[in-house]
Design a protein around this ligand. Structure first.
Ligand SMILES: [Zn+2]
Length: 444
C-alpha cells in the first residue's frame, strides 16, 4: 500500500452517487437471496410478508422487506443449531469466531462469524483507520480488556493489516497502560470516550503526568457518542494533544461509519459495504432528505454467517446536506449517532436526548468530565436530577456555575433540572461504556 494514497479503496470511496446506489441495490439483491435461501428464520419472515428474492428490483421494493429487531434475535437463539439458532446461514463447523453483544438490557445476542466474515470486519476497520490517518509507521496502543465483546478486536486486526505496529494493552491497569504508552512512544490509540478522559485524569491526579505531553497524536473512539459531541471531543483533544475521531459499529452489524481527518462535523457511512436507511419514528416513512432525524435501519451487504438485513438498530441519525471536503462520495451523517431511540425519552412532554446534557456539562470550564442524570417521578410530574463534579480550582464559584448550567440547559433542552454540585472524583468512574443516564420511571 502506497502511504501517500489518500483512500483505502480509491475506487469505492470516490464512486459517483449513482454508481454507489446501483452497487448497493445489486448487493442487496444478493444478500437478500443468500439470506432467503440459507436462513430458516428469515425465510419464514419473508414468506409471511409475501416477498421473494425476485421481487427486489428497486429501492422501493427494499422498503417492503420486513425489519429484524434485536428481540427477535434472542428468540431465534433458543432454537437449533445451538447456540445460534436458525438464522445461521452456514454449517456450524464454518463458524470461526464467537462474540456477543454488550447491551445493557436483556439477554446478550450471540454473533457467529466465519473466517471470511472476520476478514470482512477487518476490511471495514481498514477504511476507518486509513481515513483517520493511520499509516504503517504508526505504533498503535490498544488499552482494551480483550474479551467476549467485539469492541476493538477488529480495530486491532485492521491496524495490523495496514502495517501498523500493534501493542495490545489487555490486562494492564490504567497506570501501567499509560507508562507503556510513554515507554514505547505509541502514536495512536483506540478507546471509548469515557476511558480516553479517564486515562488522562488518572495520569494527572495519580501520576503527576500530563497526557498531552505523550506521543499519541490520534485517537479512535467507539462505543459511545462522545467523540461526535463537540465539547467532549474538545476535552479529549486538549487532554491528549491529539486528534480524536469517531466511528460507529455494532456486534450484529459491523463497523459501518467513521469520521475522516477533515472532521466535518459528522461521520461517513461506508456505503460500499452497508445500506443505511433512516426511518421516521412516528410514520415509518424512509427519510431521504438532510436535516430530519430518524432511526437507522441497516443492512450489512456482505456479511454471511448471521446476516444483518434491514436490522432496526435504534440509533438516531440524520443525513448531512453538504458533501465532505475529503472527496469521499459516501454520505455523511450529521453530528454522528445522536443517541439511541430507547434513550431519547419524553420528560414533561419534551423530547430529551442525553447527549444534549453532555454537550452543556462538558462545555463549562469549572466542571470535571463526569456527570449523572436521574429522571424520576415526583407525584404526577417528572424531575430531572443532574449531578456534576466541580474542579478544585473552581470550588468558590459553585453558585455561578450552577446558574450558568441552569441557563444553558434550559436553552439547549427546554427543561429545568435540580442541580447537585459534588466534589471532585465522587461520581462513579467507568472503564468501557458509561451508564450516566438513569430513567427510574421505567418499569424494572
Ligand atoms: Zn470526509
Amino acid at each position: 500500500m502506497d502511504v501517500k494514497q489518500k483512500y483505502w479503496n480509491p475506487v469505492l470511496e470516490t464512486l459517483p452517487r449513482g454508481k454507489i446506489r446501483q452497487l448497493q441495490l445489486n448487493k442487496f439483491k444478493q444478500i437478500f437471496k443468500w439470506t432467503y435461501d440459507h436462513s430458516k428464520f428469515h425465510r419464514q419472515l419473508y414468506d409471511q410478508a409475501g416477498i421473494k428474492p425476485e421481487d427486489i428490483r428497486s429501492f422501493k421494493d427494499i422498503k417492503q422487506v420486513p425489519k429484524v429487531e434485536k428481540s427477535m434475535m434472542r428468540d431465534i437463539q433458543r432454537k437449533d443449531p445451538f447456540p445460534y439458532g436458525d438464522a445461521l446461514c452456514v454449517p456450524l463447523e464454518d463458524v470461526a469466531v464467537f462474540r456477543q453483544t454488550s447491551g445493557t438490557t436483556g439477554q446478550p445476542v450471540y454473533q457467529p462469524d466465519t473466517w471470511q466474515d472476520w476478514e470482512w470486519w477487518t476490511e471495514c476497520w481498514s477504511y476507518i483507520l486509513w481515513a483517520q490517518g493511520y499509516r504503517p509507521q504508526d505504533r498503535v496502543f490498544i488499552p482494551f480488556g480483550y474479551n467476549i465483546f467485539v469492541a476493538f478486536w477488529a480495530g486491532h486486526y485492521a491496524a495490523e493489516k495496514l502495517g501498523c505496529e500493534v501493542v495490545p494493552g489487555g490486562v494492564l491497569d490504567t497506570k501501567a497502560r499509560i507508562l507503556k504508552i510513554q515507554e514505547l512512544q505509541a502514536t495512536a490509540m483506540m478507546a471509548t470516550p469515557t476511558y480516553v478522559l479517564g486515562m488522562a485524569e488518572t495520569a494527572k491526579s495519580k501520576m503527576d503526568l500530563d497526557a498531552s505531553g505523550l506521543t499519541i497524536d490520534k485517537i479512535t473512539c467507539a462505543g459511545e457518542c462522545g467523540a461526535s459531541i463537540p465539547s467532549t471531543k474538545r476535552r479529549m483533544e486538549q487532554a491528549w494533544g491529539a486528534k480524536v475521531y469517531d466511528h460507529a459499529g455494532a456486534t450484529e452489524i459491523g463497523a459501518w461509519s467513521f469520521e475522516c481527518t477533515e472532521q466535518p462535523g459528522g461521520m461517513h457511512v461506508n456505503e460500499a459495504l452497508f445500506l443505511v436507511e433512516i426511518e421516521d419514528v412516528e410514520t415509518g416513512e424512509i427519510i431521504e432528505e438532510p436535516g430530519r432525524r430518524g432511526k437507522m435501519i441497516i443492512t450489512a451487504l456482505d456479511r454471511q454467517a448471521q446476516p444483518c438485513v434491514r436490522f432496526d438498530s435504534k440509533d438516531v441519525i440524520e443525513w448531512a446536506d453538504e458533501p465532505c471536503p475529503c472527496g469521499r462520495t459516501a454520505r455523511l451523517i450529521k453530528g454522528g449517532v445522536v443517541g439511541r431511540a430507547d434513550d431519547i425519552t419524553k420528560v414533561k412532554g419534551v423530547l430529551l436526548a442525553p447527549s444534549a446534557i453532555e454537550e452543556v456539562v462538558r462545555d463549562l470550564d469549572g466542571l470535571g468530565d463526569e456527570y449523572e442524570v436521574v429522571v424520576e417521578k415526583d407525584g404526577d410530574t417528572d424531575r430531572i436530577k443532574l449531578r456534576v463534579e466541580v474542579l478544585p480550582e473552581a470550588e468558590n464559584q459553585c453558585q455561578l456555575i450552577e446558574a450558568e448550567l441552569v441557563d444553558q440547559l434550559r436553552l439547549k433542552t427546554n427543561l429545568r433540572y435540580d442541580i447537585e454540585i459534588c466534589g471532585c472524583e465522587t461520581l462513579p468512574r467507568y472503564e468501557v461504556k458509561a451508564k450516566r443516564f438513569k430513567d427510574l420511571r421505567r418499569k424494572g
